[in-house]
Write a new protein. Sequence first.
Length: 388
Amino acid sequence: MKLAMIGFGQAGGKIVDKFVAYDRRTGAGVVRSAIAVNTAKADLAGLDNVPEENRVLIGQARVKGHGVGADNELGADIAEEDMDEIQGAIDQVPVHEIDAFLVVAGMGGGTGSGGAPVLTNHLKRIYTEPVYGLGVLPADDEGGIYTLNAARSFKTFVDEVDNLLVFDNGAWRETGESVRGGYDRINEEIVRRFGILFSAGEVREGQDVAESVVDSSEIINTLSCGGVSTVGYATETVETGDGGGLLGRFSDDELDPTETTNRITSLVRKAALGRLTLPCEVRSTDRSLVVVSGPKDHLNRKGIERGRKWLENETASMEVRGGDYPLSDTDHVAAVTLLSGVTDVPRIQALQEVAVEAQDNIGEIRDESEENMESLIRDDEDELEALF
């Protein structure tokens, strides 16, 4: 699947930067264009792989390149005001060569959570290609303002995109991990999972062709139900038989079709029921897709079909697509599951409660302010009457 990726804000820019590095390393050719948009000049300068001409600094007249300070309303206003500058970079995208736009943003900050929904609305009005979002939710320990920002902007982002792929930092942070180290590792996890998913239909020169190709139309159809999506991933090492290192469950020696079938099915189960990018109840999935990648000899078609059937039963959905993605330069067999249109998601329910509570608090504060103002006016009127 060929994408135009736009990273909005600090987290979005860093993730797109890593996607470009991954794309170069694997030779998949998924990223046809990479753009980073930010209100902070330092964040743009810290990118390594997004071309400098595609780094767009917005809001210079208002924040002087210093960011919006986690104010997502200001981030949205600046995105609206400076959309022409962003469009200038998008005009360089070879739109005839892409299958979709992917707007990537952290939902806790100010620039990304405020500006990404504004940009997706703009893209949907101008282009016919699907516009997807990749939203990263903040962990609870990152601070209340970031949770509140995510609660405010999440529904807006979901409503604007054709589908929102979500990664929840809170489900992936590890105890005792430094903030910087945690973000770097999490960004690598994001890129690995979504990288395999989007690369599946792209055939590199000299690469084996899949028996059952998962092309861009398969991914688009899976995401076309809209709403929120999550991705699962599981991997095992291929044994080389040289006696070195910790060996996995797949072996190059005397490949047993039955054994390979069972292990691929097991991998699909691990991917769907294990650590998802956004934890959810799998049975609430509307549509799904499974991709198994690895050395061609280890990609047993019967195993992939059995895994797809298992996922069909697990999600109680008839719309489950699947296929293989052979890779000659890897010592792993991996399964990626895309669960689209999920509805039973505790994290989102918690965010909605935060948003409602915040709205109620804003209403109470506004009512209290109005009462105080009316009280002051009455006091002034009483004083005037006493004077005259």
